[in-house]
Design a protein around this ligand. Sequence first.
Ligand SMILES: [Zn+2]
Length: 559
Amino acid sequence: MKADEMQAELIITNARVLTMDAAHPRAEAVACAGGRIIAVGGRDLEALAGPQTRVIDAGGRTLLPGFVESHLHLVLGGAELAHLQLGGVHGAGPLTAAFRAYAAANPDKPLLMAQGADYTILDKPVTRHDLDAIIADRPIAMTAPDHHTVWANTAALRAAGLLQGAAMPHGHEVVMAPDGTASGELREFEAFAPVVALGGEARLNLGIATGEEPSPWPSDADMAIDRAKIARGLAHCAAHGITSMVNMDGNRYTLELLAGMRDAGTLTARVKVPFHFKPHMDLAALDRAAQMTRDFNDDWLTCNFVKMFMDGVMDSRTAFMLQDYPGVPGHRAEPLFSAPRFAEIATEVDRRGMQMAVHAIGDGAVRNTIDGYEAARLANGWRDSRHRIEHIELIDRADIARLGTLGIVASVQPPHPPGAMDFPLEPTLTLIGQGRWRDAYLWRTLAEAGAPIAFASDWPVTDVSVLRGLHAALARVPYPGCGDERLDLMASLHGYTAGGAWAAHRDGLTGRLVPGLAADLVLLGGDIEVAALAGLPELGIALTICGGRITHAGPGFAP
Ligand SMILES: [Zn+2]
């Protein structure tokens, strides 16, 4: 390398650098140029500074690889930043006050949409009549934190054509009241898609709802509106130190929106976007995944990735279980793909050289998924596939060792266990049943059995804040009679950096602070190794840098 090329553009020094590189785990300074890390070492790196170099004194703060958010929904999260936020709201009085204030502030919105409504928000099953009592003359709706249930008032149901019920694909349901009209509860994406569409965001939901493309293709003006929502989501993620993300819904439209931002220089994170394979599709649909993979394959955008849902969620008893739900004899829910069909799909995806990620929450869904990955391995032989299972909320003991043996990534979310962060203990713990708590939300057990671990938030299902997630991971209290499932600080940080990069096939680009890798960095607001655990959520992000460019600067660090 010539001397002028070696001149650093940016040096961060006097930092507590945690490189996540096992060979050289600690350093004091990192130098970057041309979007790459050019040196990692002691304060003598300051000698690489020239007249044009920005030198940042980190003041002893922790410097890490930029966070990899391994499971999120960027487009939906960005759009939802403009919705009513109900986190922490409980009871009819506060819910009414929140909705009416939001309605007054948004007189023109065709749908008043709220996010983060706990399943227990009214301490009873929510009906359209409960919501009519809040606002009857405009369509209103609210979404559960897990995004698998929406409750709508009568005006919204009527406008969406759902008031008298509607035929739905397997697993999706317009819940009916005894009087033969819709109760107001809508289970799973396709049931609430007509309500969401009232708000003008239907095309943003296709990536998760159907996996299909908007038709007709949106105009440039519509795409600009959608990109503005994504930009808001990206800025939100950058403020939390995130430089790479794995989107967990997708279609070509999602990639086209992001590609426009990449080309305009406004993409502030690397994004992996899957093709969403839905039950109605046949194997030929994978041609579209292959095309997306060919067309989007650079340092910023990749596909080569297929997402599927094997089941629903615990709270609506749509998670597929090996045993009956406690107190509901005969009910185990059903998988969205039978075991033989999934094995066939997994084998074909794997044969085409693509990676898979499958949402599996119940122990039956987890087993189906492992069985399918195993079938793919037997059919195709070993390849560096890094297939993943998302969530793994419940697992049968007999399946734990199979993850490590088959090299299946456990993509798990520290904010998700009830009681760990924002989700209440109930109803989930009762739905799981006390006899199975010891098999629920395992992290350390899976890691010790050899499963590669990636940590994530599932934003907007939970807060995207990595520092809050880290706190949830490190402060989690075992359920009565259960083991300690926490990983230590370094292993937890690994799950949010190098572990996530590996699980996304991005370890040759990001996730560690090593010369030659991308200049993706996050400078925390303090020294995380001396910070009190309780103070982690407020530690703050001083700087986020992606590809050598500052994407977020906290107080005192503005360029
Ligand atoms: Zn998700």
